[in-house]
Design a protein around this ligand. Structure first.
Ligand SMILES: Cc1ncc(COP(=O)(O)O)c(C=O)c1O
Length: 394
């Protein structure tokens, strides 16, 4: 490994347990390291690079926009941002969008919007109910809603008025709701918590409860959205829709972006000056996202994600049946899947990396599969071959 790691360790804050790899380029579903070694990428920047690497239209749009107008303040209108908002609204149950730059920022925006709605309609309400094992980001607000204490150590006091209930347990949620509850937030498929899809009946009951009590229902679709599960939003699998949703990660194919989407009655709680972002909906990021949405909605990428996502699920079930002592579960939706092991995931992931396959964990015993949406069945076969070899070695 080059000096880069040592230089980096000297001058970059020590917040990541990085793999000892320097990645230098990517093409399609593969990346290369500094020594020219090639890796099939089933991590995709942690569910980000939806169009893979070197996507011609994506690059062309970014280049064209960068040459025209890289940035301008949100004090002015820009065509890429308006087009993106229009596409998101046309293809969803939402009426308005707020743009930001990351997942955590989108969650922050959703918290503020829910609180503003409550301040307007139910001034006594300020509490938020979130889920155990959830993940919503690393800013103080988003972290306060994250139901995993390991991320919160040493940071108390966090946002007050937040409680956590068991995911997929409607009775626990119903018992926790009180006259001060202003919002309920959940991931339709818990990502960092180990790839756990919600149950259909649970989602229906949660939606009904929040509707009846006029509590803002927020779905965090930062990892599960933008086509990852074979629907644009994972909640479409459940035939329910929230009042507010968050998007980020795959939305602009690797260019930083985040979005808060809401129905008008909630979106109306924001007035000029209530929320803002210098870079949010920046012309380059919005142009990139417009290409991703064109691929998803007009060029068959959603159908492709559905088909290969199902194949990935079948292949992971096959692997599970081959290694019953090692794999206790395989689960997920579309191209957001995982296997749960009886042992730590990291040694297996490291073996796969050595054999040219990038994977990422989701908790200590879970290996996650979140490849680019452009992945083919042949890539999945290649992934299974390397994974199988890693599982066979004692
Ligand atoms: C469901 C969910 N919400 C929020 C976040 C935070 O996103 P970001 O890292 O872009 O701030 C993540 C990131 O993994 C996530 O999976």
């Amino acid at each position: 490994m080059s000096d880069l790691k040592n230089i980096g360790m000297n001058c970059i804050m020590n917040t990541y347990s990085r793999f000892p790899l320097v990645i230098t380029k990517g093409e399609g579903c593969y990346v290369w390291d500094e020594n020219g070694k090639k890796y099939l990428d089933f991590a995709a920047g942690i569910a980000v690079n939806s169009l893979g690497y070197g996507h011609v239209e994506l690059i062309a749009a970014i280049e064209k926009q960068a040459k025209t107008l890289i940035h301008i303040s949100n004090l002015y209108w820009t065509e890429p941002q308006v087009t993106l908002a229009e596409k998101l609204v046309e293809n969803s149950s939402f009426d308005k969008v707020f743009f930001c730059n990351s997942g955590a920022e989108a969650v922050e925006g959703s918290i503020k919007l829910a609180k503003k709605y409550a301040a307007k309609h139910h001034p006594e309400r300020f509490e938020i109910i979130s889920m155990k094992d959830s993940f919503h980001g690393r800013t103080i607000g988003a972290l306060s809603l994250t139901g995993q204490t390991k991320y919160q150590k040493g940071l108390a006091p966090l946002l007050s008025g937040v409680s956590f209930v068991e995911y997929n347990n409607y009775e626990a949620l119903a018992a926790a709701v009180n006259e001060k509850t202003c919002a309920v937030i959940l991931e339709p498929v818990q990502g960092e918590g180990g790839i756990h899809p919600a149950d259909k009946e649970y989602m229906r009951q949660v939606r009904k409860l929040c509707y009846e009590r006029d509590i803002a229902l927020i779905f965090d679709e930062i990892q599960s959205g933008a086509g990852r599960t074979g629907k644009f939003f994972a909640f479409e699998h459940y035939e329910v829709s929230p009042d507010i949703a968050t998007l980020a990660k795959g939305l602009a194919g690797g260019v930083p972006i985040g979005a808060v989407l809401a129905k008008d009655c909630f979106a109306d709680a924001f007035a000029p000056g209530d929320h803002a972002s210098t870079f949010g909906g920046n012309p380059v990021a919005a142009s990139a996202a417009n290409v991703v949405l064109t691929q998803i909605f007009e060029n068959g990428l959603l159908e492709q994600a559905q088909t290969v996502g199902q194949y990935l699920g079948e292949q992971l079930k096959l692997i599970q049946s081959k290694y019953p002592g090692l794999i206790i579960d395989s689960r997920g939706l579309g191209l957001m899947r995982a296997i749960e092991l009886t042992q730590p995931a990291l040694p297996i992931i490291n073996k796969c990396i050595r054999n040219g396959l990038l994977l990422v964990a989701a908790g200590s015993n879970v290996i996650r599969f979140v490849p680019p949406l452009i992945i083919s069945k042949l890539h999945i076969d290649e992934c299974m071959e390397i994974l199988s070899a890693a599982l066979s070695v004692k």
